[in-house]
Design a protein around this ligand. Sequence first.
Ligand SMILES: [Zn+2]
Length: 355
Amino acid sequence: MYHSLIQKIQSRISHWASKNLSYAGRVQLLNSAIFGLESFWCSCLFLPATVIGHIERLCRQFIWGYSQGTRKLIFFSWEKVCRSSRAGGFDIREILSWNKTLMMKQFWKLFCSSRTVWTNWMHAYIIKDADLWTIQPLVSSSFLWKRFLQLRDHLIHKTGMHQAQLLRATGPPRLRLRLTYQALRGAMPNLFWTKALMDPVIMPRYKVIVLLAFQNSLSTTDNLCKRGFHMVSRCILCLKAEETTSHLFFDCEYSSGVLQALFTWQGITRRPLSLKHEIRRQAQITGKNIRKKWAKCTLSAAVYNLWAERNARIFQDTCRSSSQLICVIKNVIRIRVLACMNGLTNEAVSISLAS
Ligand SMILES: [Zn+2]
């Protein structure tokens, strides 16, 4: 029965050329196409653990761009990928908790005044006059009914949620899906620095690379060496030091030159310190005017393009000077700020972000 679900997901994924998509593009595709299909199944059945494991493996392979016969080391766990972006994740739904949430929605339909054939039958033969909050399964109860009641108990007793919290305050009783999902997922850290990446001026593909860089989860050569790869851990940008995340984006003479030029362009006279320091400073920026937008997208644009330059040097054997890269980043920022500042002309943005 589940074979067709897995086959459908597999065929959709194989039609997308993941190599040509950024991580953010793949996340977007998964959330829109795969999880739509999966949500239909999740709201009908309790998916077995093996099926969930299989789907997650397919999604994982798609996100990280696996191809047949290749081995890829990933430094970011699937549990983190399924966290919200506030908690440093990619905002992908965790299938087990989402399945339970949608099945809870089915259980809550038993409370609704607008009855269906199923709810009428359940009230006539199973629930009768019992209270849905306290009813216990009989030995002869079906497997599905026992799972429903287990899930109810888990949600109410284990997560500490009160029944009134889970239902909408007004209108007919409806389950609050987001709250139920969050309760089933468990508490997530609300990381202050992620606030720096929430502004729409930051492109999704930049945001993903900064998320990975900040959590030291990029495939830098020092990370690969720690996992047993035998290779020379040398920064390809300067060829002078070991390639670590902090070196690549801040300590390297090439990167620090690029960042310093972007800081000067913004009118900042101090030198860039570290990713941790800069992203925390950025999280404190409030306001929506053009200068604020400019300040908010500079760091992510620099990190993304430095990572792209590093990859181009390793995998495509191409090389740009720091002044060429600075020019590229400035243009990207101008276009992005222009796109986000509705009503402003290209000329007005160019004057505001003068070189
Ligand atoms: Zn370097």
